[in-house]
Each structure stands twice: as structure tokens, then as C-alpha cells.
Design a protein around this ligand. Structure first.
Ligand code: DCP
Length: 556
């Protein structure tokens, strides 16, 4: 459930920077001859030319959409260039995109506290830089204003017919009678325009930005004018913005909470919330969420920009759509091994480069049962303390899977051993390492640290006792090859809340691995916003034998 955070100051300057058609730009930088041409990045497989995961703006003009397959895209835009996402271990290899994202972060972090929110999104707290600029070189004192800043969209600023838009923006930026908050925003506009210019010059990427007094409004604004543009939300425009904003587009309201607001209270736009008192909203949704709703209706959000340049978690996942669903434990084991190997490598790199360790391993899966009456049931996500070392992670992940499967199958006792008649199928798997922190300073040896950590209870023994593999782990070459080219759009996982709330949702699995923020869209329904499933706060009971020693936890 969303919780209201105290508002520190309404004079903050917060920017949200979102890269434009990011994977396409990364591929175009690798192949500059593609610049300016209709291009899309595709996760290739033999079915209808693979799935599009990023579409360049030139291709969008022809009606190409991310929801299309490659063949369909060629139908609407025959000249489109489809670039395949790099593949490693039979799945998408996102390393080049991650690294490109890091390059951008290192540029953006120059001007203020920077939070890497996902593979291609960053929040910046520019308050100090804006205050300094206002004191030393305020926009009104400047003779020339940067052209990129003059192209900004200022929400609520009217452009009379025939008036010069840039002149209007300049007049707004340089108003001597503006209140302090608008003056700070004007400084933010100049700072962000300059940062975007640096990103373009140094990394050759365009990005779009939203600038306002809080993260929520900046995030909304950055998506309003794309690509390569910036949008500002002065306080005076907040109400106008929110009154026509569909409730489901608001961060954390894309899911059940948003649906409940629609069905229970008839709230279709964020502005509709204004008619309810804080007390009324609290009666419906509890004290915290009620206050949070009351606040967002007024554009109030106290969420801080966290100083974090590195991801908050690491994830690796893959989907197995349609006939590619995994139906045997050995096939699940095979893919979990692949995913865990990748995860383990990334954990090791994080450890070596940043002295950071992750403490929790979580497994998400999406499954179906043959019996249609159970089709609504979700595979419960499971987590346990993370033990370092590829084999240990693989072993623990498999045990988490089996714990989840047993609970998923529940009293129906469908066979867990897996063969074509097993009655279950897995259409998505992901492993996430979270609760990442720095190794405590003063820890002399990392090895010593891990030895201590290893004393922690492992889930493996208990789970093994419970679920002996009934089939051998041989994996037919055929099956392995046929699953090489599957649709998978892994996005970086981010916040713990994401993992908890969206546990076994396939869309979330596909995207946790690349975008971190709660508000990040689920990409198969691109416009929707990430969902907070407020009904899932209470963990499901573990259906197996629970002992004090058993560290496996539900992660729903
Ligand atoms: N991505 C993915 N699978 C999806 C959606 C997105 O792997 N289903 C990847 C590719 C995108 C990147 O994440 O380039 C960033 O996603 P965005 O939603 O920010 O979309 P883009 O950056 O591609 O386009 P836009 O300019 O609309 O933000």
C-alpha cells in the first residue's frame, strides 16, 4: 500500500530524466548508419519475427508499436530496420544497455543527488544547484538563455496566437516578480537543459525530462513531451494537470488500488479525489494510504531522491510463452541454472567493483494449471537469505521454486515431478537479488564475511527433504535448442516493493530486470503504470512444513 511521506519542503527542484527509445539509441550508437532511419530492437524468435521491445521515433510515425511482432512491424513499415537484442545463455543480454545507462548516470550525477531509478531513468534533486544559481546567476540576470531551455514546455503557460513560443518561455524564466518556487524551477530548467546537452554531446543519446517540486510530478511531466524535450510543472498548473489525469496513469494506482477507487468511489481522474476528505479516504483505505491519496490529489509528495547510482537489486528472468512453457522439473532446473549463473556473475561484479552484497534471493514464476478452474491462481513468490556462489544460488533457487510449486499445486496434488501430463506449466521465471548494501567498513576480509554469512541457515536441506526430484535432470538437446530464441524483455528490478507487490506477474517479471521505479510502466501495456497490489500485503501462509530453521519466505 502506498504510504504518505512527510513533505520536507515545497521548494525543492526535482527532475526526472527518461532516455528516449533507449535500446534503439544504444543500437544506433553501435551502428551509426541506422541513425534517423526507422528502427526497432527485437527479441528475435522464429514466431512472427520476434517481439519488439523498443521502437525508435521514426518507426513510430509509421504506426509501429512495441506490442507488435517483427513481421507486423514490417507490414506497416517495410523499410524498418529490426536489430536483434544481443543474446547470451539463450536469453537477452542487456549488459550493453546497462552500461550505456551507467554512462548517462555518471553525467547526470554532476549537478545534484542522483537516483538511478531504472535502466534508463534517473531522478535528480537539483535544489542546491538551483538555489546557488538563483543567488549567483539568476535567469533574469542572463543576457542569453540557452536555446534548449527556451524550447521547454511550461505547463499552464499560454501562447497567444502569433506569439513567439520561445519568447514566452524566456519571459516566464526571467520574471522578476515570480515567487521563489517558480524562480527555483526556472533555474532547474536551465540546469536540466544543460545536463541534457552534455548527455547528447558525451554519450550521443537524447533524453526527455520533467522538472517540478517533487518526484511524482516530474515523472508525469517527463513523459508528456518526447523525444528530446523537457516539461516543467509550476505549482499553479498542478491542479489542471491532475484533474484530467486518468487515475490508472498515476504512480501506484495502475493496479487494484486504482480499480478500487474507480469501482468503490467512482474516481476516474486523479482530480476526482479532491471531493473526498482525508478522513473519508482513510476510512476506505486506512490511515496511511488515505493520507497518501489525499496528498496526491493535490500533487503533494514527500518522497526523497535517494542518492543511489547503482541498482537496488539485480534480476534475471525469462518468459516461456505458449508451447514453450516448461512442464518438467529438469527443464525448470536447466533455466534456473542459466538465470542464476547470470545473476551470480552480476553479484560478483557488484561485489568486486562496489563492495556491495545482496542479502535476499527471490524467485518469481508464472504458471498455469491444466484445469481451467484454477487458471486465476498465482504462483507464490518465495525468498530466502542469499548465499554467494553460483551453485548455491542455483540450489537455493530450485528449492524456492519447488516450495512455490508445492504451494501452487496445493491440495490438488497434481504431480510435481513433471512430464507432459504433470498438469502444470511455467511460462515465466525470474530470480532477483535484493537488500543490497555496502560491506560494512572495517570488514577486513570479504571471505571472512561470507564465511560468517554461510552459517546462516540455507533453505536447501529442508526443501530437498520435502521435494526430491523425481526425474533425473537430463535435459534433451531438442528442448534446450528450441527454447533459445524466446521472448524476454528483462528489465532491472528495483524496489523491494515491486518485488513484493507484483510477485508473479509475468509483465513485472519481464520488466523488473530493467526498470527500477515503482511507477515504471509494465511494458506489454506500455502506457499503464506499475501497479501496487494493495491486497497482497499479507504474506500467504507457507503450505509446507515450517520450522524455525526454514528461511524460505513467501514474497507475495
Ligand atoms: N524495454 C524492454 N521490454 C519492454 C519495454 C521496454 O526490454 N517490454 C526496454 C527497452 C526500452 C527500455 O526498456 O528501450 C526503456 O523502456 P521505456 O519504457 O523507457 O521505453 P523507451 O525508452 O524504449 O521509449 P520512450 O522514449 O517511449 O521512453
Amino acid at each position: 500500500m502506498p504510504v504518505a511521506k512527510p513533505v520536507s519542503s515545497d521548494g525543492r527542484v526535482i527532475a526526472h530524466i527518461d532516455m528516449d527509445c533507449f535500446y534503439v539509441q544504444v543500437e544506433q550508437r553501435k551502428q551509426p548508419e541506422l541513425r534517423g532511419l526507422p528502427t526497432a530492437v527485437v527479441q528475435y524468435n522464429s514466431w512472427k519475427g520476434g517481439a519488439l521491445i523498443a521502437v525508435g521515433y521514426e518507426a513510430r510515425k509509421f504506426g509501429v508499436k512495441r506490442s507488435m511482432r517483427g513481421d507486423e512491424a514490417k507490414g506497416v513499415c517495410p523499410q524498418i530496420h529490426l536489430v536483434q537484442v544481443p543474446v547470451a545463455r539463450g536469453k537477452a543480454d542487456l549488459n550493453s544497455y546497462r552500461e550505456a545507462g551507467s554512462e548517462v548516470v555518471s553525467i547526470l550525477a554532476r549537478m545534484g543527488r542522483c537516483e538511478r531509478a531504472s535502466i534508463d531513468e534517473v531522478y535528480l534533486d537539483l535544489t542546491d544547484a538551483a538555489e546557488t544559481m538563483l543567488a549567483e546567476t539568476s535567469p533574469e540576470s542572463l543576457e542569453v538563455i540557452d536555446d534548449e531551455a527556451l524550447k521547454s514546455h511550461i505547463l499552464g503557460l499560454k501562447h497567444e496566437d502569433g506569439s513567439d513560443m520561445k519568447e514566452n518561455v524566456k519571459a516566464w524564466l526571467c520574471r522578476s516578480d515570480a515567487d521563489h518556487r517558480d524562480k527555483l524551477l526556472a533555474c532547474g530548467v536551465l540546469i536540466v537543459a544543460d545536463l541534457r546537452r552534455q548527455v547528447l554531446q558525451e554519450a550521443q543519446f537524447t533524453c526527455s525530462a520533467g522538472i517540478s517540486h517533487n518526484k511524482m510530478l516530474s515523472k508525469l511531466a517527463s513523459a508528456m513531451n518526447k523525444p528530446a524535450q523537457q516539461t516543467v510543472v509550476p505549482c499553479s498548473s498542478v491542479q489542471g494537470l491532475l484533474e484530467s489525469l486518468p487515475i490508472k496513469k498515476m504512480k501506484q494506482l495502475g493496479g487494484k488500488l486504482g480499480s478500487s477507487l474507480q469501482s468503490e468511489l467512482g474516481v476516474n481522474f486523479v482530480g476526482d479525489l479532491l471531493q473526498f476528505s482525508e478522513q473519508k479516504l482513510q476510512e476506505y483505505y486506512g490511515i496511511n494510504t488515505g493520507t497518501w491519496l489525499w496528498n496526491i490529489a493535490r500533487g503533494i509528495s514527500g518522497e526523497e531522491v535517494e542518492g543511489r547510482l547503482l541498482p537496488k537489486s539485480h534480476g534475471s528472468g525469462k518468459t516461456f510463452p505458449g508451447p514453450r512453457a516448461l512442464k518438467t522439473l529438469p527443464s525448470v532446473q536447466h533455466w534456473l541454472n542459466e538465470l542464476c549463473e547470470e545473476l551470480s556473475e552480476r553479484l560478483q561484479t557488484d561485489l568486486d567493483q562496489n563492495r556491495r552484497i545482496a542479502r535476499t534471493l527471490t524467485l518469481h514464476a508464472r504458471a498455469y494449471m491444466s484445469s481451467e478452474s484454477d487458471s486465476h491462481k498465482k504462483f507464490p513468490s518465495k525468498s530466502c537469505p542469499l548465499r554467494y556462489g553460483t551453485t548455491k544460488i542455483q540450489e537455493d533457487a530450485m528449492n524456492l521454486f519447488q516450495a512455490g510449486l508445492r504451494e501452487y499445486l496445493g491440495p490438488f496434488k497434481v504431480k510435481t515431478q513433471g512430464n507432459q501430463k504433470s498438469g502444470w506449466g511455467i511460462t515465466g521465471l525470474s530470480v532477483i537479488a535484493s537488500k543490497i548494501s555496502d560491506i560494512p567498513s572495517g570488514t577486513s576480509s570479504i571471505m571472512k564475511y561470507f564465511q560468517g554469512q554461510d552459517q546462516l541457515c540455507s533453505p536447501s536441506k529442508l526443501a530437498k527433504d520435502q521435494f526430491e526430484l523425481e526425474n533425473s535432470c537430463s535435459f534433451s538437446e531438442n528442448e534446450s535448442n528450441s527454447t533459445l530464441n524466446l521472448v524476454e524483455h528483462m528489465k532491472l528490478p528495483e524496489e523491494e516493493a515491486t518485488i513484493k507487490n507484483e510477485s508473479s506477474d509475468l509483465e513485472s517479471m519481464e520488466h523488473q530486470a530493467s526498470r527500477n521505479s515503482l511507477e515504471v510502466p509494465f511494458y506489454s501495456s506500455v502506457s499503464s503504470l506499475k501497479r501496487a497490489d494493495f491486497s497482497q500485503e499479507t504474506p500467504l501462509p507457507f503450505s509446507g512444513t515450517v520450522s524455525e530453521e526454514n528461511p524460505i519466505q513467501n514474497q507475495s
